[in-house]
Each structure stands twice: as C-alpha cells, then as structure tokens.
Design a protein. Structure first.
Length: 262
C-alpha cells in the first residue's frame, strides 16, 4: 500500500468537504442546526491529516526495519525516524526535488526506493558517491584506491540463529560504525541481477569493482554477507532517495533500543 498516496487522497477529500462547507453548505444551513456527519467528520479530521501529511512529507517519516541486512547498527523490528529534508525538499508523491540542501555522504544510513521496484523502501549505508571507484574484494572495501580502515572488535552473536559472526569497526569518512562478516560465506557475489549501468562493474571470484555513475550511489548493508545491496542489484539513482535515517525510537522486542544512529 502506498501510504503517502492514501494520506494525500484523504487530505484532498477532507479538504474539499471543509472548503465546500465554508463557501456553500454552511451558509445554507439553518442557524443552530447540527452539521451532518459527512461534513462534521471530514472537517474534524482535515487539520490532523494536514499536519501529519506535512510533517511526514517534509520533516520526518517513521520507518520499520524489516530485515537483518543492517545488523548490528539496526535490528529487525527497530522503529526509526528518517529526516526528509537533509538531502533536499521533494514534492510529495512525485518525489521530485525542488530545493537542494545537502548531498549524501559516505557513511550515511539512507532510506530509498528500491530501483527494481520503487514501491518498496530499502535502507542501506552509503558507500560510494557519484564518480567513486569502489572495490569490494576479499571482503575488504576500497574507495578510489584507498582501503577503508577497519579493525576487529570480537564475535557477534546472532541470537535468532545462534550463530557467531566477526564484528569490525569500519570508518567511512567521518563515520565509525560496526559491520559483520561471515567467515563461512564466499567473498564473491554469487547472484547478480541485470541492472542499468552494469557495464560499470567487474565481477570476479574475489568480489566486485565498480565505478559509480553520475547521479547515483553505491549502497551496502552493514551485515555484509547477508545483505542484498548494490553488489546484487546495482546503483541507487538520486531520484529514488527518501531521506537520512538518524534515530531509533522503539523496538517491541528490545525496549532499550533508543538513540541516534552511527
């Protein structure tokens, strides 16, 4: 379900009823008579829907983490807030940018529309910016010929699978964050889709090398061996960006999950 479109439709319907009552129905209603329900309810809900629509479209939008691809930064069931204006002001529904503010930076956790199916929202970390040469070979990340710093911090227990993965601290630009590597998984990407600009990537038995096209971004999950990301389905166009994830506000399974993201 496209919630933004549903919200916009409700806003239009309640707004029309409110406007018609102001200019016509209200003037022809007998003094002291009660408003009919089909006018009373839309008029009551219109200001609430308007505020929710404006906040969700231009300020913040809630998002629920559906998978484990961003573990350990984000866990399944985390409810997060997405800043809608960090990367610019966009028209609701159309998602067309009308005012530029900031560009995505390496290390940002970004929500975007999945290139294969724009009706689905994805969340990953920004690794490659337009023009970057990205290499992920032997499970080591290199950007423009420089290895991204990382150091081993210990084992990480996946509680739902009772499995230990290797945890590292990685530094992307000014952002330090944790990543997980599964020693049992191969370094090479075993399944790759046909996607636009695929000719800008070279796959081998040790991983992948890509040059990020103009106006696109290379995204990866922090759970590196358990993430379907740009290594599989390609680059994220600038037009698909929704916003920057910045805050965890709730998780029903772990009530202590609260705070800003790395």
């Amino acid at each position: 379900m496209n919630f933004a479109l549903l919200l916009f439709s409700l806003l239009v319907i309640t707004g029309i009823v409110t406007a018609l009552d102001a200019v016509y129905f209200g003037r022809h209603r007998a003094a002291g008579s009660k408003e009919p329900w089909w006018i009373e309810y839309p008029k009551s809900f219109f200001p609430v829907i308007l505020i929710v629509f404006l906040v969700r479209s231009f300020v913040v939008e809630p998002f629920k983490i559906p998978s484990g691809s961003m573990i350990p930064t984000l866990l399944v069931g985390d409810y997060i807030l997405v800043n809608k204006y960090t990367y610019g002001i966009r028209l609701p529904i159309l998602n067309t940018k009308i005012i530029s503010i900031h560009e995505p930076k390496r290390g940002d956790v970004m929500v975007f529309r999945y290139p294969d199916d724009p009706s689905v929202d994805y969340i990953k970390r920004v690794v490659g910016l337009p023009g970057d040469k990205i290499a992920y070979e032997g499970k080591r990340l290199t950007i423009n010929g420089h290895e991204v710093p990382e150091h081993y911090t210990g084992d990480y227990l996946l509680k739902d699978r009772i499995e230990y993965l290797k945890e590292y601290t990685e530094t992307l630009g000014k952002v330090k964050h944790s990543i997980l590597l599964d020693p049992s998984e191969p370094a090479a990407t075993t399944y790759v889709k046909q996607y636009p600009d695929r000719q800008d990537c070279i796959y081998n038995n040790n991983g992948v090398m890509c040059t990020v096209p103009p106006g696109h971004y290379f995204m990866m999950g922090d759970n590196r061996d358990n993430s379907s990301d740009s290594r599989v389905w390609g680059f994220v166009p600038e037009a698909n960006i929704i916003g920057k994830a910045f805050f965890i506000w709730f998780n029903f399974s772990q009530l202590g999950r609260f705070g800003r993201l790395n």
